[in-house]
Design a binder for this molecule. Structure first.
Ligand SMILES: *Cc1c(COP(=O)(O)O)cnc(C)c1O
Length: 393
């Protein structure tokens, strides 16, 4: 079996990244400089938006968008229970209430019908997530948001580069947010980016990330002598800035984005080819309207009827063979913090709950070799057949 470790994810860093990071270090300009601007314009260009605002993480970006939209206590925001916890946490940060709706079992994205049913006079936004990069329903979310005159916030942290019905991920919503943790399509170590066409929202986010300072050249206190100065703070802001070192990584990675997406696509296709005929295994399905699928992770699922314990044993078996595997994602509403905050009982979102106990994230990164994909597929098949044998005894 595996004679070397195959991690779940691994960033793809080349000489180009090293050179740009060194360029920043040699320049002595380590924050608020030209690299951030270069990174922002590359992402804005890619998403076709007028603004991109770099920040310290995807989570920070989501938090700022919530604040900038004025969402707060008493407000409801509709979102998915099947996501990384940061998407719902952004709603709790501002004291608003997450209203979860169940997901569609094939795309794993929130059901548009259930979103519409969940809208009340207190609904202030829809916060939607492209699960594992899958953009299904984002055109429908847009229509629902427009019809009810509420903003669509797009947590596109898993979907940089995805294009659906001609629209790049990130640009469906009033604002889209990307994250650049090392397991994402591109990484800055830590980092995030807000994209939007809304000038007012963009200015608010630029101010919020920089301790509530006025945006340069747009001091809002007419005639005020200190407006726009370093120690003039107009609102309760944060330090959510991105350093020039992180931005340099971002520039280098954006310049290689097409190549990275292509290689991740090759890996996904190889997995699909190798796993298509494995009994009791369900593979991800991508809508043909998705002209560019930018895969975040490759998540397969055991057939209905498999228990969480069986799935966990398959994951443990892969890990025993030094193959990284993950249980992406446990449902948010069942996390201890959400149990304390909201106390939603198990069974509240049956599809999300059933799916989440059967998913297995497989090793997935740009330079994963075909041989390693074959090895992972072979080992996974073996682990599943072992579970089937155990069942029959
Ligand atoms: C990664 C991720 C985030 C958070 O990004 P960070 O940069 O790690 O803060 C938010 N939402 C989703 C859906 C993610 O996958």
């Amino acid at each position: 079996m595996a004679h070397h470790e195959i991690p779940l994810s691994s960033p793809d860093i080349t000489k180009h990244e090293e050179e740009l990071v060194m360029e920043v270090l040699r320049s002595r300009r380590l924050s608020i400089g030209p690299m951030q601007e270069r990174f922002e314009s590359l992402v804005a260009q890619r998403c076709g938006t007028t603004h991109a605002i770099a920040c310290s993480s995807g989570t920070a970006g989501l938090h700022m968008v919530m604040v900038a939209l004025g969402i707060g206590p008493g407000d409801e925001v509709i979102t998915t229970p099947f996501s990384f916890i940061a998407s719902a946490n952004a709603i709790l940060y501002v004291g608003a209430k997450p209203v979860f709706v169940d997901i569609c079992p094939s795309s794993l994205n929130a059901s548009p019908e259930l979103i519409e049913k969940a809208i009340t006079p207190r609904t202030k936004a829809i916060l939607a997530v492209e699960a594992f990069g899958n953009p299904k329903f984002f055109d429908e979310y847009q229509k629902i948001a427009a019809k009810h005159e509420i903003p669509l916030i797009e947590d596109s942290c898993e979907a940089l580069g995805t294009v659906y019905r001609g629209v790049p991920a990130g640009s469906f919503g009033r604002a889209g947010v990307f994250g650049f943790y090392p397991n994402k399509q591109i990484t800055t170590g830590e980092g995030g980016m807000i994209v939007t066409n809304d000038d007012h929202l963009a200015d608010a986010c630029r101010s919020l990330r920089n301790q509530g300072r006025a945006v340069a050249g747009r001091g809002s206190i007419a005639g005020g002598s200190t407006a726009g100065s370093w120690l003039h703070h107009e609102r309760l802001g944060f330090n959510y800035r991105m350093s020039e070192i992180n931005a340099a990584l971002g520039v280098a990675q954006m310049e290689r984005l097409d190549q990275l997406i292509e290689r991740r696509n090759d890996t996904a296709n190889r997995y699909i080819e190798r796993l298509l005929d494995v009994p009791d295994l369900m593979l991800p399905t991508i809508d043909p309207e998705c002209s560019v699928m930018s895969w975040f992770v490759f998540v397969v699922r055991l057939a209905a009827g498999y228990t969480r314990e069986e799935r966990d044993r398959v994951i443990a078996g892969l890990r025993m063979h030094e193959i990284g595997a993950g249980d992406y994602f446990p449902c948010i509403h069942l996390q201890p913090i959400y149990q304390r905050a909201m106390g939603l009982p198990a069974g509240s979102y049956p599809i999300a709950e059933s799916v989440s106990q059967r998913t297995i994230a497989l090793p997935f990164y740009a330079d994963l070799t075909r041989r390693d994909v074959d090895l992972v597929a072979q080992t996974l098949e073996l682990m599943i057949s072992r579970e089937n044998l155990a069942r029959r005894d």
